[in-house]
Design a protein around this ligand. Structure first.
Ligand code: ZN
Length: 415
């Protein structure tokens, strides 16, 4: 039997990706298409026009998520959704996010070319502000869509120039032409997010398809160590409350604790010293901790260890630890993982299970519907960089798998 993926056109997918990359294109080959900007408004209008040219219905919501709907035979059943995001980092590449959205377009175009209409509708989605660089934190669109944050919370966040995310959303929605808004938290039958790996494994192993098993958990902290400023020449050792020395003891001990198990990712990426003067005993240190591991039990154990170390190593200083983010590790739906494995197997494409070390919109969707991700290789694992690159053949393979996965999921009986 003919498969819808037989109608995937790799050259068309590549052309559409390169067209999208013109919005915010840099001479170095990179893309600066930050969320809710004039550039993103233009890219969004481009996608709406493309969708309409294919007969798809555009929709949005109060988070300016963009949906393009390919109607199925049963309009009363919840849709299957696929896509990612079109915003980028300021020094972004052409594939992060964009591949997921354009692969979903290609899947729908393949079905149209084959004359195939699924039972359920298929909706292409571009979620707002995945990256979180202009308005932090990111994942705004998928958070609001799934209800894990409220619009009121997200609207007050300001960018570096003082513009609120709420005002930026209003401007984007005002620029839409006849794109109706739908409420958040609509029922979704399944969600599939294709994405470049942003890591080196698939390329190194020459495997085009990664079946993402889940997303690694993260805890992020800010630690404040408060001592007392003193003269570097006169203050005696026993009198000192040196915040840097206390912070250094803490960081060294936390690093030792996090060396077991060896695949724990510990990063202290920010250290601020006050007053940061060479001849003054430091009065205060603020440092960050980013802790990740796929096993929640490991992260929870290290959470306790970190708190004990901070208390144990503070010496004469005061110390406080504040957890600013906690995303548990998650395991994607066996329904979607199975569909990806079947599709890749039927197409004779090499595939392997792979864990996502980074967060994606699929994390939020996981909590409301069967969700999965398809990874494709990217050169040297480089992403968030103008040098980001994926081979057209690998992108085509990813789009073919997505097409057959969506076809399977959109014709499933279960709600
Ligand atoms: Zn992304």
């Amino acid at each position: 039997m003919a498969r819808p993926s037989d109608h995937v056109d790799g050259a068309r997918l590549w052309r559409r990706l390169m067209e999208l990359s013109q919005f915010g294109a840099h001479p170095d080959g990179g893309v600066d298409r930050q969320t809710l900007t004039e550039i993103e408004i233009a890219a969004r209008a481009h996608l709406v026009a493309l969708g309409r040219s294919l007969g798809l219905e555009p929709y949005t919501d109060a988070a300016a998520n963009l949906f393009l709907r390919y109607s199925g035979r049963q309009s009363d059943r919840s849709p299957v959704m696929a896509g990612s995001h079109i915003d980028s980092q300021p020094t972004g590449g052409r594939f992060d996010g964009a591949f997921g959205v354009m692969a979903a377009f290609e899947a729908v175009e393949a079905m149209l070319a084959a004359g195939l209409v699924p039972e359920r509708a298929i909706e292409i989605v571009a979620f707002t502000n995945e990256e979180g660089c202009r308005f932090s934190p990111g994942m705004t669109g998928s958070d609001l869509f799934t209800g894990s944050r409220t619009l009121a919370e997200a609207a007050t966040i300001r960018d570096a120039s003082g513009i609120t995310q709420g005002d930026a959303l209003t401007a984007v929605l005002a620029a839409d032409r006849d794109v109706p808004q739908r409420p958040f938290r609509r029922p979704i039958a399944a969600f599939v997010e294709p994405h470049i790996e942003q890591g080196p494994i698939l390329e190194r192993e020459g495997i085009p398809i990664g079946i993402v098993t889940g997303i690694q958990g993260t805890r992020r902290y800010r630690v404040r160590v408060t001592g007392e400023a003193a003269h570097a020449g006169t203050a005696e050792r026993h009198e000192r409350r040196d915040a840097v020395m206390a912070a250094v003891r803490m960081i060294a001990a936390i690093d030792r604790a996090a060396s077991d198990p060896a695949d724990t990712k510990l990063t202290v990426g920010m250290i601020e010293v006050t007053p940061n003067a060479p001849s003054v005993v430091p009065a205060e240190v603020l440092f960050s901790i980013d802790l990740r591991h796929p096993d929640n039990a490991v992260v929870d154990r290290l959470d306790a260890a970190i708190r004990a170390i901070i208390e144990g190593e503070r010496g004469p200083c005061a110390a406080s630890v504040r957890q600013i983010q906690h995303n548990p590790s998650l395991t994607f739906s066996p329904i979607v993982r199975g569909a990806i494995a079947r599709a890749a197997g039927n197409l004779g494409l090499a595939h392997r299970d792979i864990l996502s070390a980074a967060g994606h919109d699929a994390r939020q969707l996981h909590y409301v519907c069967p969700t999965g991700m398809i990874f494709v290789p990217c050169r040297d694992g480089v992403s968030h960089n103008p040098a980001e690159w994926a081979e057209p053949d690998d992108l085509t393979a990813g789009a073919r798998v997505l097409t057959d996965v969506l076809w399977q999921l959109a014709n499933r009986d279960e709600s």
